[in-house]
Ligand binder design. Structure first.
Ligand SMILES: C[S@@+](CC[C@H](N)C(=O)[O-])C[C@H]1O[C@@H](n2cnc3c(N)ncnc32)[C@H](O)[C@@H]1O
Length: 233
């Protein structure tokens, strides 16, 4: 690729990563935690959405990939690379507006948020896209004083994922099982992927109820929860 081509092209993001990109405010400084290939911050810089990004990863291999890709696309001068577990690098005076944590399990995302006070700073927004355990992540956010400002569904590799835009308010909320399972904003937004998302969750719970009944356990509580989901689907 010559210099001209390099400047004109940008990495193609799949819909999952695009959902995270769409939550970034123009002009924000972004930290992409667990960046791996680095495509998300590279895309945001090349699209003129952000001026600067910090790309971090816990492993040298992925961070090296991000560095190499940033050089390839000519944006390495607009990025900083941090070898770091979670948000530890933010403690050393590296101010950012948006923290993106995408493509990890919900439990890992929770442990990363929990280990730092940075997400609680005024003005800081978290863009979170769990590959698993979205219920547990929403439960953690609601009970921990984070507001889920919006959610967006996307499909990648035949699966539907939800990306959450959140910020700390200090006010915890208790919400319904359905809101934690499906996402209050997803229920409100009713995007074209919502029906499939809700039906797959409903079927998963139905299977759990059947399993419990077969095993002779009490399924009454789970059946109540299933009813909540069925009323929405
Ligand atoms: C599956 S990749 C996701 C890459 C990219 N964010 C995406 O959504 O496509 C997960 C990345 O997170 C990194 N990772 C896992 N735990 C981490 C942690 N505690 N702190 C920083 N990075 C972490 C891994 O090394 C890996 O590169």
């Amino acid at each position: 690729m010559d210099d001209m081509e390099r400047k004109l092209t940008k990495p193609k993001l799949d819909d999952r990563m695009m959902s995270a990109a769409s939550f970034v405010n123009r002009g924000d400084v972004v930290a992409d935690v667990g960046t791996d290939h680095g495509y998300l911050p590279i895309y945001l810089i090349l699209s003129g959405i952000i001026p600067f990004a910090v790309a971090s990863d816990i492993r040298e291999g992925p961070l090296g990939r991000a560095r190499k890709n940033a050089r390839k696309y000519g944006v390495d001068q607009k990025m900083k690379f941090e070898l770091s577990d979670g948000l530890a690098f933010l403690e050393d005076g590296c101010p950012v507006d948006d923290i993106i944590i995408c493509g990890m399990g919900g439990e890992t995302i929770i442990s990363i948020i929990e280990a730092s006070d940075y997400p609680k700073k005024n003005g800081v927004r978290l863009i979170l896209q769990p590959m698993t355990k979205a219920f547990e992540l929403r439960e953690y956010l609601y009970s921990g004083g984070f507001e889920i400002m919006d959610e967006m569904l996307s499909e990648s590799g035949g699966k539907i994922y939800s990306c959450m835009l959140t910020r700390y308010t200090g006010k915890s909320r208790s919400v319904s099982f359905a809101a934690k399972m499906l996402g209050e904003k997803n229920i409100e937004n009713r995007s074209n992927l919502f029906e499939r998302y809700a039906l797959s969750i409903r079927d998963r719970i139905r299977k759990q109820v059947r399993g419990m009944e077969k095993g002779g356990g009490s399924s009454a509580e789970l059946k109540e929860r299933l009813k909540e989901i069925e009323e929405i689907t």
